[in-house]
Design a protein around this ligand. Structure first.
Ligand code: ADP
Ligand code: ASP
Ligand code: MG
Length: 451
């Protein structure tokens, strides 16, 4: 059984959905059953829904309602292009009911002038809920025995809204109870990614890019032979194609390499995607929906051999926080106190380096930065530097080939580096630099290792 997840650009318009149908049909013919399909919202829809919530919450109801009108039209147009007759009427009715509800929510928010994270999830989840329903109908119209499965009934999560964590035991039980029987009956289940619900049935979302994670969870739950992430690039590339003009395709990666790359910014894969797959040793393949005959990138348990660095990744918009305390640093308990501050404000740190009198950390989420600065100032001097970026080279071979790390630093000789780190996994070497230097640094590294 194959589980196929299709990202936003691979379900963004009727032509993209027709490509999805062709891919699913070919897979079914080859495998004799399935596939199970997980879909994202149409491209741009999640961003648009978040903008709806922002407008509504700041009393700009007209703007919110206008945006919802555009979204409604886009979905209705896709439904009209992909379905006919009674099926078309059914899909339109489903879409219209849902958009009527969203209009009412937007008006209510305009009065309340406040958007809770719980409400935000209800709004953001709509993109996947609607599109999965639409894609299921389009598959049926094309003669495939598709059945829509409401993600809110099968992906069970905690109540950490906007970045909920799946409760795997409950989720696997729910998937086995409702998705596995469909597959056994020869059907093609279609599920919205990104979305879940708490045990009480309150809608949650898994964090931006979370549909990949949903795909992997479904794959684990139904015991898939392979989890496929269908996207708009040929696979994991040796660098972000928006920065390096012609990166190469990485044919194979270990789970460990892929999760480091995802965590450190290779956006093609949501960082949590690998977890459910690793636990059950299910291979993950990243494939291009516009080039379905390509092999893509295969992610498996075994490390690769003989390839040096597997790929580069980067993250922008980081803030470096320097915490200096000449009296305290060597004292035990200092680091605990320091990290407790970040914990209290639920802000995770990416890179950490220390010197005799200071600790530097990078943070991604700036929402609580002012409060964090204030709390740290009670026991240390704090300085904050915005517009920083992280650049990271990942490869299992960094562990065994001692020449790689110095080569990385030598190539970056002329770039001012703020932090350098190689953690215990020794699978990556990470530097933090000014965002303005990122592009040239990444291109230099790419030239050195992949040209
Ligand atoms: P989807 O909508 O399919 O989930 P995403 O936009 O989330 O697609 O991920 C695919 C994009 O990830 C690519 O279009 C590319 O711009 C970006 N990307 C960043 N780093 C990499 C990388 N190392 N390899 C491939 N793609 C990358
Ligand atoms: N639609 C969601 C997002 O844009 C989830 C996803 O596509 O993976 O973040
Ligand atoms: Mg994605």
């Amino acid at each position: 059984m194959i589980v196929q997840k299709f990202g936003g650009t691979s379900v963004g318009d009727p032509d993209a959905i027709r490509r999805l149908i062709a891919i699913a049909r070919a897979t079914r013919a080859r495998e004799g059953s399935g596939p199970a399909i997980v879909v994202s919202a149409m491209s741009g829809v999640t961003d648009a829904l978040l903008a709806v919530a922002a407008s509504a919450g700041s009393a700009q109801s007209d703007d919110a309602i206008a945006r919802l009108r555009q979204l409604r039209d886009r979905h209705l147009a896709a439904a009209a292009a992909l379905t006919t007759g009674e099926r078309a009427a059914g899909v339109s009715a489903f879409l219209n009911t849902h958009f009527d509800e969203l209009d009412a929510v937007a008006r209510a928010l305009g009065v309340l002038r406040e958007v809770s994270s719980r409400t935000l999830d209800v709004i953001a989840a709509s993109g996947e809920v609607l599109n999965s329903y639409l894609v299921a109908a389009a598959l049926e119209e094309a003669g495939l025995p598709a059945t829509w499965v409401d993600a809110r009934r099968v992906i069970v999560t905690d109540a950490e809204h906007t970045r909920a964590v799946p409760l795997m035991r409950e989720t696997v039980a729910a998937l086995r109870a409702s998705v596995t029987p469909l597959l056994e009956a020869g059907r093609v289940p279609v599920i919205g990614g990104f979305v879940g619900a708490t045990l009480e049935g309150i809608t949650t979302t898994l964090g931006r890019g979370g549909s990949d994670y949903s795909g992997a969870i479904v794959g684990a739950g139904v015991g898939a032979r392979e989890i496929q992430i269908w996207t708009d690039v040929d696979g994991m590339l040796t660098a972000d194609p928006r920065i390096v003009p012609s990166p190469r395709l990485v044919q194979q990666l270990s789970f460990a390499e892929a999760s480091e790359l995802a965590y450190f910014g290779a956006k093609v894969l949501h960082p949590s995607t690998i977890l459910p797959a690793v636990e059950r040793s299910i291979p993950v393949r990243i494939v291009n929906a516009r080039n379905p005959d390509g092999e893509g990138t295969l992610i498996v348990t075994e490390p690769r051999r003989g390839a040096g660095i597997a790929a580069l990744a980067c993250k922008r918009d980081l803030t470096v926080v320097d915490i200096t305390s000449s009296r305290m640093l060597m004292a035990y308990g200092f680091l605990r106190r320091l990290f407790e501050v970040f914990e209290r404000f639920r802000t995770s740190v990416d890179v950490v380096t220390t010197s005799e009198v200071s600790v530097s950390v990078t943070v991604d989420d700036r929402r609580h930065l002012a409060a964090i600065e204030e709390a740290l100032s009670e026991f240390a001097e704090v300085s904050v530097e915005p517009e920083m970026a992280l650049l990271c080279a990942v490869g299992d071979e960094l562990r065994s080939d001692a020449s790689i790390a110095p080569r990385v630093l030598r190539v970056l000789e002329e770039v001012p580096l703020r932090m350098v780190s190689q953690a215990a996994s020794r699978r990556n070497i990470t530097v933090v630099l000014r965002q303005a230097d990122l592009t040239s640094a990444m291109r230099r590294l790419h030239q050195e290792f992949f040209a």
